[in-house]
Design a protein around this ligand. Structure first.
Ligand SMILES: NC(=O)c1ccc[n+]([C@@H]2O[C@H](COP(=O)([O-])OP(=O)(O)OC[C@H]3O[C@@H](n4cnc5c(N)ncnc54)[C@H](O)[C@@H]3O)[C@@H](O)[C@H]2O)c1
Ligand SMILES: [Zn+2]
Ligand SMILES: [Zn+2]
Length: 345
């Protein structure tokens, strides 16, 4: 093994400043595992870091290797970790919980008030090797394709949303067909939704939504979305909305077309504050649920079960590129002509 490895580092504050560098291969510390990264995926968070948006500038102290979605093989373990873990194929829960705060002690580690994140607070997976806490290295099924295994972390967000409430026999609207919304369409169908309607303005992504299982995809710029969706759902609106656009207009519309007593899972991250008419919500008995990350490790168990029983989300991948071509990958994402892009170290 050479002593150095290639990695993509946010080298300093400000827009851009992502560089392919060589760094020493890290050693696993106490309670950690060293993983050889097989395949990684670019997330919207990595784009926020590159563009140095508020989310990133408030959390990141450069230099840091970015990336948090991947699969790979454990090649060595630190003090206190069972040697038998060497050789395991794993993916990672990107949130490192403290296990000490009131929320962790209440079994809500995904809401830990001291959360640290891989590729944000500690070096990430856009590298040949990564060290993470052993507990965050979740064992993958080697019979599942590498592409699916590399996307367990974002798939977990879709699965978490789709399992917060029962979807069996329900009409479901998914707003935003980025990778997470697309995966949510596949999950909703797998969980027995009677009808999955996606809302997405980008034609390239709308086409992918049909491939991922949507029964109908509507462009919000071409339809009166509130009227059209109500009509498509027995004239009274859908049972459930899974919101993955982060778009203010899409969220406002959802509070208007959701049926009385319906449920809106809010997963998308809006850029700014959004004003809502609460009469649409409380008066009609609408429930809104905030969604953060994945339940540790309940969501992981469900999603691996779904994959083991034949679910496949690989159609949400548009490109697999060598890690050296990360600039091209980010440009493709920003062009809107890409879905999930995977990087191979
Ligand atoms: N809740 C969580 O724990 C969690 C975790 C990861 C990501 N996220 C958030 O989830 C969202 C989805 O992630 P992604 O990676 O798929 O993002 P993405 O940015 O690739 O997808 C968002 C999609 O919404 C579409 N959109 C824009 N305006 C719209 C409108 N008016 N109506 C419908 N769709 C519209 C865009 O064209 C795009 O395809 C993001 O906001 C992201 O920040 C949340
Ligand atoms: Zn992510
Ligand atoms: Zn905690």
């Amino acid at each position: 093994m050479s002593r150095n490895m290639k990695c993509i580092v946010k080298t300093s504050a400000g827009t851009g400043n992502l560089e392919l560098l060589e760094k020493p291969i890290p050693l696993p510390g106490e309670g950690e595992v060293l993983i050889k990264v097989h395949l990684a995926a670019i997330c919207g968070t990595d784009v926020h870091i590159k563009d140095w948006e508020e989310f990133a500038s408030k959390r990141i102290i450069p230099p840091v290797t970015i990336g948090h979605e991947f699969c790979g093989e454990i090649i060595s373990v630190g003090y206190g970790v069972n040697e038998k873990r060497v050789g395991e194929l794993v993916s990672a829960e990107s949130h490192i919980a403290c296990h000490k705060c009131a929320l962790c002690l209440d079994g809500k580690e995904n809401l830990c008030i001291n959360t640290r994140a891989i590729g944000v607070h500690i070096d990430g997976c856009f590298a040949e090797y990564i060290t993470i806490p052993s507990e965050n290295a979740y064992v993958c099924n080697p019979d599942i394709s590498e592409v699916n295994n590399a996307m367990l972390e974002p798939l977990g967000v879709a699965v978490h949303a789709a399992t917060k409430i029962s979807l069996a026999g329900k009409t479901v609207v998914i707003t935003g067909c980025g990778p997470i919304g697309l995966m949510a369409a596949t999950v909703a169908k797998k969980l027995g939704s009677s009808k999955v309607i996606c809302v997405e303005p980008n034609d390239y992504r709308a086409e992918a939504a049909y491939k991922m299982g949507a029964d109908l995809v509507l462009n919000p710029f071409h339809f009166d979305i509130v009227q059209e969706i109500r009509q498509e759902c027995e004239g009274i609106g859908p049972d459930v909305v899974l919101e993955f656009s982060g778009n203010a207009g899409a969220i406002k519309d959802a509070t208007k077309y959701i049926r009385a007593g319906g449920k809106i899972i809010v997963g998308g991250l809006p850029a700014n504050e959004i004003s809502l008419n609460f009469t649409d919500i409380f008066y009609r008995g609408v429930n809104m649920y905030g969604l953060s990350g994945r339940e540790m490790y309940h969501t992981w168990k469900i999603m691996t079960g779904l994959l083991n029983s034949g679910m496949d989300v690989s159609d949400c991948v548009s490109h697999i590129l060598p890690m050296e071509e990360f600039d091209k990958a980010f440009q493709l994402i920003e062009s809107g002509q890409a879905l999930k892009i995977l990087l191979r170290p």
